[in-house]
Design a protein around this ligand. Sequence first.
Ligand code: ATP
Length: 516
Amino acid sequence: MTQEEAFKNLVAHAKEYGFIFPSSEIYDGLSAVYDYGQNGVEMKNNIKKYWWESMVHLNDNIVGIDSAIFLHPRIWEASGHVGAFNDPLIDNKDSKKRYRADVLIEDYLAKLEEKNNKEVEKGRKRFGDAFDEAQFRATNPNVLRNQAKWDEVHARMTEALGKNDLAALRQIIIDCEIACPISGTKNWTEVRQFNLMFSTQLGNVDGGVGTIYLRPETAQGIFVNFLNVQKTGRMKIPFGIAQIGKAFRNEIVARQFIFRMREFEQMEMQFFVRPGEEMHWFKAWKETRLSWHKALGLGDEKYRFHDHEKLAHYANAATDIEFEFPFGFKELEGVHSRTDFDLGQHQKFSGRKIQYFDPETGESYTPYVIETSIGLDRMFLAILSAAYTEEQLEGGEERVVLRLPACIAPVKLAILPLVKKDGLPEKAREILDMLRFDFNCQYDEKDSIGKRYRRQDAIGTPYCITIDHDTLGDNCVTIRDRDTMTQERVPISDLHDIVSKKISMTTVLRKIQKAQ
Ligand code: ATP
């Protein structure tokens, strides 16, 4: 199966089992907008909980807020979004398809990398145990040629983006003979800037109308509340403010399912520090965030850092935590050192003094900021894609199972009476009523037990319990483990403990290393 087919199966599975639906589907959908279904919303809430607990509840010096989506329009002028939140776009005249010029070039670079990786694999096969990858990369003529091309194109792109030179970007596309993936032609328009913010009109009290924006990031809602939170919470630097909420971007190239959406959710934390100490905190938060990811157990090899060479106008250091999605390593989370840019700008634009008096040094200053910013939907996709497994069982049968971290699984326990009679449903409902206060349980009495197990595997339920005729006499049930499919007979009175242990988020949270 190709990667593309596997990804298609995943998307189909997400729909079939009530995780993610295309938005407005009965009207043929709305591009790059998705709805979360009955299982999706539970899983999403669990991810939010995992993030919120680790940030807010487990750190003395981080608090949360929930700011409005609509903010004063001047905020977006101050932050630089009105002037500079742009993507360079280019159209293919034949297919009429629109692309981000930098993404076309990045795809080209990724192909060069792929070619070299293939060469290396060929070399490995040819030379066996004696193979020295570093030496091969340093001497093989094909690899050297591709690498030289990569270096040249990458340097040109970085320079063009840095200088905002749209003509230079276009020239790279022409020189590299990059063709439109749809039409196959190289018939390109000029490159233009495209602002990603959605705007709408707000009726003013005086009858006038003003343009306001749907927020493209949650961060600004935090910056403009810096003084409110610091004063009312008597917060001492270093401290952080966390927020989960919707963000909106008019993405030009919206593809890859929920990886790039026009309406999405972010989980952001801004950590305010003393000027000069930002690099220490930047490094500490990089490690803490990576350990938050790894604690979920999706596989340490699926993550890597990608440090930015081209920094945003507000940053003095930045890195992406990349995840190996089904379509390759891509950004999952950003950790940015934003200097005092945002608070400084809001001080300038609002005319209010936004400073912190440091009782330890006796000085007032504008704090520096380390930001950690992760897309909730991307996190959802990361977990879903790592969990999705098509398995061949003994006897030739197949099953699709979501090996979700148990604390993230939408349903924790399925309660299944073996048959729909003889008092078994009543007994099962008794157990359900006992456990549903602590776990999200699902009661199911339809179809054969085997089919019901498969349905639970497909949504990643860690445990199924079966109530049979013996249960009525011995008060024991069969508990089946999703991953091993082993079954064990246990007393009903032990169920709460067994399930609690398995699904505990606390165990996962304890593994996370803290920024210090
Ligand atoms: P990209 O380079 O992929 O466009 P970005 O660098 O613009 O992302 P940030 O502005 O740093 O992203 O946003 C922080 C996080 O928000 C990203 O790491 C990502 O997880 C998430 N995110 C950004 N844009 C989208 C989107 N259109 N759809 C879903 N998640 C997004």
